[in-house]
Design a protein around this ligand. Structure first.
Ligand code: SF4
Ligand code: SF4
Length: 171
C-alpha cells in the first residue's frame, strides 16, 4: 500500500485552506453544493494519468454514493475519509481504461474537481518539497502541473497565467 494512502490532496486543492492529510481533516462540513451543480475542473490532461494512479477518496458529504463505486475501506480517522476507489495491482484506478476514465460522467467528486495546476500554485516550493518528502503528495503530479503551467505561460492565453508566472519556475 502506498505511503500516501490517506492523502486527500484533491479535496485540499479545491479548498485551499484545508490541511491535506485526512488524519488532520476530522469530520468535514457538508457541502452546500448540490451534486448536479459541481463545477468540473477543466484541465488539459491529454495523455497524463497521474491522478488515476493515486488514491482517490470517496466523499459522501460531497455527494459520492459509495455503493455506486468499486471501493476499498482504508484505515482512517473517520468513516467519511476511509473509503477509496479500488486500485489495480499496478496502482491504477480500476476505472482507468486504455482510453482513459471509463466512468467519466459519474466520476467521484475529487476526480471532477481536481486541478493539478492549482494544487501546485497554492503551495510554496518549500511546501511542495516537504509534501513529497513526507510521502504526502506525488512528485509526478507537481511535475505534470508545472508542465501545463509552463505551456500555458508560453501560449499566453491561460486564465491562471498571471498566477503561474509567479511560481511556475519554482521547482
Ligand atoms: S496530474 Fe494534472 S494533467 Fe495529470 S491527470 Fe492529474 S490533473 Fe490531469
Ligand atoms: S474514476 Fe476515472 S478519473 Fe477518477 S481516478 Fe478513476 S479513472 Fe481516474
Amino acid at each position: 500500500m502506498a505511503k500516501n494512502i490517506l492523502i486527500d490532496h484533491r479535496r485540499a486543492t479545491l479548498r485551499n485552506t484545508l490541511p491535506r492529510h485526512t488524519a488532520q481533516l476530522g469530520s468535514p462540513p457538508h457541502s452546500a453544493t448540490p451534486r448536479n451543480e459541481i463545477q468540473r475542473a477543466v484541465v488539459p490532461c491529454n495523455d497524463c494519468k497521474e491522478c488515476c494512479t493515486d488514491t482517490v477518496l470517496l466523499l459522501p458529504h460531497e455527494g459520492d454514493d459509495i455503493s455506486q463505486y468499486d471501493h476499498v475501506m482504508l484505515p482512517g480517522p473517520g468513516p467519511d475519509h476511509a473509503v477509496a476507489l479500488r486500485r489495480k495491482p499496478n496502482g491504477e484506478c480500476v476505472y482507468l481504461g486504455p482510453q482513459g476514465c471509463t466512468i467519466h460522467d459519474r466520476a467521484p467528486y475529487l476526480c471532477k474537481t481536481f486541478d493539478c495546476r492549482l494544487f501546485f500554485l497554492n503551495r510554496t516550493r518549500a511546501e511542495r518539497h516537504n509534501l513529497v518528502k513526507r510521502g504526502l503528495a506525488k512528485k509526478e503530479i507537481f511535475q505534470a502541473a508545472r508542465r501545463l503551467l509552463e505551456q500555458e505561460t508560453k501560449k499566453g492565453d491561460a486564465p491562471i497565467r498571471s498566477v503561474a508566472s509567479l511560481n511556475v519556475s519554482d521547482d
